[in-house]
Design a protein. Structure first.
Length: 192
């Protein structure tokens, strides 16, 4: 089975994440998409994150009605901070019959050269890239690499940062969140 790994802090997960994940499941050769909730991204400050289990619960609630999407807490069991190469190595050991690929926005591809063991990742895994509106250019050698696939997906400019700020400001951002996630955030009084 070919699994696409869509990593994120999902703080919170929003409809943009679901649209991208579902698009990858339906319009690429990936069989399933695992939305991998990251405990700590080495490039982000940890103090802005909700507890791991809350973010996982929201991703679970958001994906439970989709046959090809699944919430994953695999990185909760691994040493912190989480590095993609370590997660991929662990997954290959646990699931030798699966093929794992990465899903990332074009903006993340621009910084891929900074990732730990990026050359090994690219040697053994495919990368599916969805478009993002961002500044700067992606290296041509990456865009033309045979293991990097650009997928024509809807451009989503919804951000978790915007949603957290909107909630803090008392604004309604209910249309930007799956219904179960909005209820979870509201019930738990998060981001206020």
């Amino acid at each position: 089975m070919k699994i696409g790994l869509y990593f994120g802090t999902f703080n919170p997960i929003h409809v943009g994440h679901l649209i991208i994940a579902n698009h990858m499941a339906e319009y690429s050769d990936l069989d399933r998409i695992w939305l991998v909730v990251t405990p700590h991204n080495p490039f982000k400050k940890k103090n802005t994150l909700l507890d791991n289990h809350h973010r996982f619960d929201m991703v679970y609630e958001a994906t439970k009605d989709y046959d090809k999407l699944e919430a994953s807490d695999i990185e909760f069991k691994l040493p912190q901070p989480s590095y993609t190469i370590n997660t991929l190595t662990y997954l290959l050991e646990k699931h030798p019959n699966h093929e794992f690929s990465l899903i990332m926005g074009e903006d993340n591809l621009k910084g891929f050269h900074k990732w730990k063991n990026n050359d090994i990742i690219l040697e053994h895994h495919e990368i599916y890239v969805y478009p993002r509106i961002s500044e700067g250019k992606t290296e041509t050698q990456l865009l033309n690499h045979p293991k990097i696939h650009q997928i024509k997906a809807p451009i989503m400019e919804i951000s978790s940062t915007f949603i957290r700020q909107a909630v803090r400001d008392g604004k309604s951002c209910k249309p930007l969140l799956p219904e179960h996630v909005w209820k979870y955030i509201d019930d738990m009084n998060f981001y206020k």
